[in-house]
Every structure is written in C-alpha cells, then in structure tokens.
Design a protein around this ligand. Sequence first.
Ligand code: AMP
Length: 398
Amino acid sequence: MPKTIKDIDIEGKRVFIRCDFNVPKDDEGNITDDRRIREALPTIRYCLDRDCKIILASHYERPTPGIYEEKYSLKPIKLRLRKLLKLDDEIQIADDVIGPDAKEKAANLKAGEILLLENLRYEAGETTNDEAFAKELAKFADIYINDAFGACHRKHASIYALAQQFAPENRAVGFLMNKEIIFFHKVIENPTRPFVAVVGGSKVSGKLQALINLVEKVDKIIIGGGMAFTFLKANGFEIGNSLVEDDLIKDAKRIMKRAEERDVKVYLPVDLVVADKFSSEATIKYLPIQEIPEDWMGLDIGPATSKLFGEALNDAQTIIWNGPMGVYEIDKFSKGSIEMSHNIAQSHAVTIVGGGDTADVTARAGDIEEMSFVSTGGGASLELIEGKKLPGIAVLLK
Ligand code: AMP
C-alpha cells in the first residue's frame, strides 16, 4: 500500500493535489453528478486545516492540446467546489496550466488558499507522460498527493512522471484513493464469503480479463447484460439478433469450465425482455431464453431472472457489481438493472459498485447511499478487478 497523506508531514507546505474532476455534464454544461468533486473534499479539507497552500489539478474530457476551448475549462468545477467547501473566499483558477498566469497565482498563494490549475489536457505533455511538463508542474509544490483514482490506470504526466519528481517522504495518496484501494484490494484478496460477482454490460471482450481473474476468487458469478448472450450461445441456445461475440465463445466455455472445476456457481438469465429493434419504440415480449425469435434481440433480463439472481444473492456476504443487466438507458429495458440495484442494496453484504454505468444505475434506482462503496473510477476499478497494477499506484510504491 502506498503512503497516505496522513503518513507525511504537510503542515504549512505547498501541496499539489491531483484530483479527478472529470464529471458528467448535460448539453447546457450543467454538472449532472458531482460525486467525484464531493469525494475529493476530505483531502482538500485536511490540507486547509493544516494551513497548506493548495494547488488542485485535474483533466477534463479530451480537448485538443494547445487549444483552450471554453467547454473544457474547469471554471464550473471551481464554482461547485467553492459551494461544497462552503468557503467565504474565492477559489482561484489559473487561465493556464503551467503558463505565466498559473505561475504568478501560485507564487502569490497564501496559507489556506486554493488555486485550481486549468484542464491538464490543454497541455500536450499530460497524456504523453512528458517529463519536462511534469518538472514544470513539480515547481508549484513541496508535496504531491494523488487523489485521482479515476485516472490512475493512465500513465499520464500528472499521475506518473510528476510523482517521480518528489521524494518518497513528500508524496502520498489522498483519502479517496486510499478508500478505493483498500476496498478493492481487501475485498478481492480477502473477502468475507460467500463472495458474489455480478457482471453485466455490453461485451465479454471488455471484461474478459476481469472474468478470468474473478472466477479464481468468487463463490458465484451472476452474468447479465449483453455479455450473457455469448455465454448462452456457448451453452447451445439460439439467441436471435442479440449482441454476441462469436470469437469469444471458446473463452466463455473456458470460464464456465474453470468455474465448474472450482465449484463456482454460474448464473445466467433464464428469461429476457426481447425486442424487435434496438429502440425505445420497439415492440417487446417477455420470453424464456429457449424462445428468442430469430430476428429479435434480448435487451434486458426478465422477471424470472431477476428473481433467480435475487435468490442467488441472498446468502452473499460480499458482492461486487460491474455492468448493467440490460440497456438501462431506455426505460423499457431498465427494470432488470434497477431490480438488481435494489437486490444488492437490500442485501446484508459488503457491496461494491464499479463502473460509470453501474454507478449511474445505482443512482437512478436511488440506492447509492445503501451501497457500502461506489467507486469513482470505471476503467481503474475494472483494472483492479482484473488484477492489474495501476501506474498511479505503482509509481508511489517505487
Ligand atoms: P459496459 O460499458 O461494457 O459496462 O456496457 C454498458 C452498456 O451495456 C450500457 O450502455 C448498456 O446499454 C449496454 N447493454 C446492457 N445490456 C445490453 C444488451 N442486452 N444488449 C446490448 N447492450 C446492452
């Protein structure tokens, strides 16, 4: 485990906090979910209470480097942050990342003040892990804190090269990062059993490595969403026009065989909501998996499956969930995912939700507060489940 902010001396120092403020916005530019900003507050408050000069930095979406397009600016983040921190004073924002404005504002920063740098990806060096760029960023601070779990699977300058600019006693993870690592690590390596993985989403390919790793650790695997059809086809079912990855049927078989060897129970849908087209206008039928019509496609799990999956979760002590059970973005096909969210939320297990879509389902279902932990990192949490080492964590252990 990397050092945490509590393990190092930050009192009165200049602290650079890499946050993940890459929050979703609607067409009007309003922030629709500020969880990532709220989750960053404990670390920021901890530094405020210790009279630090605080430099905050984050990426936001994918601007073209060198072009300061307003829609990629962190200004809306600054406003929300100030509101959430309930500060009387303004949070400053620099017009640039390592340019003259950032340098001047950083140099004039007083104890207990916050400066937010502009979108790190305005600079080309961010995504190329450029050392010269990292060295410029490092000049702003004495201490480096990484609290950007959602970006830790990327070997980018503010995550990797920048951490290398600081001595081990001057760098650490923040509270959010620490929470994310502890949850995933402890749960996956040392779960209270029965340990159940609920996996869904569109494709097996995106989660193949996670499935291969999970089958070695869990007691049950529940598979829903589009990826279930590759497994159903592997078991000989006709799946009509449903999403399928024929080239992964052998992998699906291999996973099921390994599950059998380890006595891991695998649960697949027994009925579905099938539709004549991928649309909110589609005609739908509730059918057992044996009866999917040739030209129709399964877009959600059916009521019998929800019940079956619910029962499989009854005795769970640990549940990890990644991937919706159907095309939850369309109302008609959202029931299976909402029901899964309720089932997990109502269980007495330690419950961990990973992945942006899955967190979104949980929020829509009104269950977020009922879960033990909802990860702020989609790709990063998946890589931890896959058993990979995240660059942002590995570099801090060097
Ligand atoms: P992922 O990013 O792999 O977790 O996949 C999430 C996406 O899977 C969501 O956008 C869902 O709409 C989609 N999805 C879930 N079930 C199905 C299905 N049966 N057919 C097609 N897409 C699905």
